[in-house]
Every structure is written in C-alpha cells, then in structure tokens.
Write a protein that binds this ligand. Structure first.
Ligand code: CMP
Length: 138
C-alpha cells in the first residue's frame, strides 16, 4: 500500500553541500514529497526525537551532532516507503553500506551518516508529526 516515511538530511549532509544531490536521488527513486523544510533542532528537540537511544553510550554525541547545524526534514510517500527508503540510504555504518546508496556516497562515519530514515510505519508517523503540523502535510 502507498504509505509514508520520514527523513532528515543530517547536519553533515547539509554542511557538505549534498542537499540537492540527495533530494535528486530521493526523487529518482520514486518518492513523492509530502512535506519539506530546512530547520535546526534544539537540544531538547534532539533529546526527545532520539529518546529511544538515551541509554546508549553515543547519545550525547548524537544530540551534539544533530543540533550543530541545520537539517532538511521531509515526509515522503511511496508504496512500501519505510523499507524502500532504508534500502535507498544503505546501512547505518557507511563502511557497510551498499554501492550506490546515499550513505555509501555521502556519509562519513557511523555517527555522521548523512541521512535518517524511519525504521517502522509507526515511527514514521511519530517522527513526521514531530516536525510537521497536519496543515504542512500534503
Ligand atoms: P539513525 O539510525 O538515523 O538514528 C540513530 C543514530 O545514532 C544513527 O543514525 C547514527 O547516526 C547514530 N549512531 C548509531 N550508532 C552509533 C555509534 N556507534 N556511534 C555514534 N553514533 C551512532
């Protein structure tokens, strides 16, 4: 069924000038843009968004990284959106990401890995609604 996922081009991807190329790859892969904006997360935003990771050793580093500069946030729509988007971006660690994936092409490390993709339909809804009001979703 047609459904949605949520993505962010992370601060490293924006800083390194990859916004246009990444959006092109998303478009070419057949995703429709439901919502899109450039924004910057506060520390409180990042702590809430990544609350599921708050016991992990890398949590502080993750919050620091995700708040250091602007991101591009987007809701995307396509058949099988969550799974197909995770295929498009590749493994969390760019060293393990398949050839041609967004992380293989644009990520620099497991922490600074260029893009986020929701891991379930339920989280896609939660994460999309975290960043966008209903009236911003088309
Ligand atoms: P993502 O899967 O989008 O959301 C959780 C993030 O935590 C993940 O991307 C990485 O950016 C980050 N992360 C996961 N594992 C590590 C790690 N070992 N060290 C630093 N950051 C990590």
């Amino acid at each position: 069924a047609t459904n949605r996922t949520f993505t962010m081009i992370k601060p490293d991807g924006v800083e390194n000038g990859h916004t246009g190329a990444i959006l092109d790859k998303i478009n070419a892969a057949g995703f429709r843009i439901v919502a899109l904006k450039k924004t910057q997360m506060t520390t409180a935003d990042a702590e809430a968004f990544y609350a599921v990771h708050n016991e992990r050793p890398f949590f502080g580093e993750l919050v620091e990284f995700m708040t250091r500069g602007p991101i591009i946030a987007a809701i995307l729509e396509k058949d099988n959106a969550v799974e197909d988007f995770r295929t498009l971006i590749g493994a969390t660690n760019p060293a393990e990401a398949a050839e041609g994936t967004i992380r293989k092409m644009y990520a620099t490390s497991i922490g600074e890995n260029a893009v986020h993709g929701s891991d379930s339909d339920e989280n896609a809804t939660i994460e999309g609604n975290f960043h966008f009001a209903g009236r911003e979703q088309f």
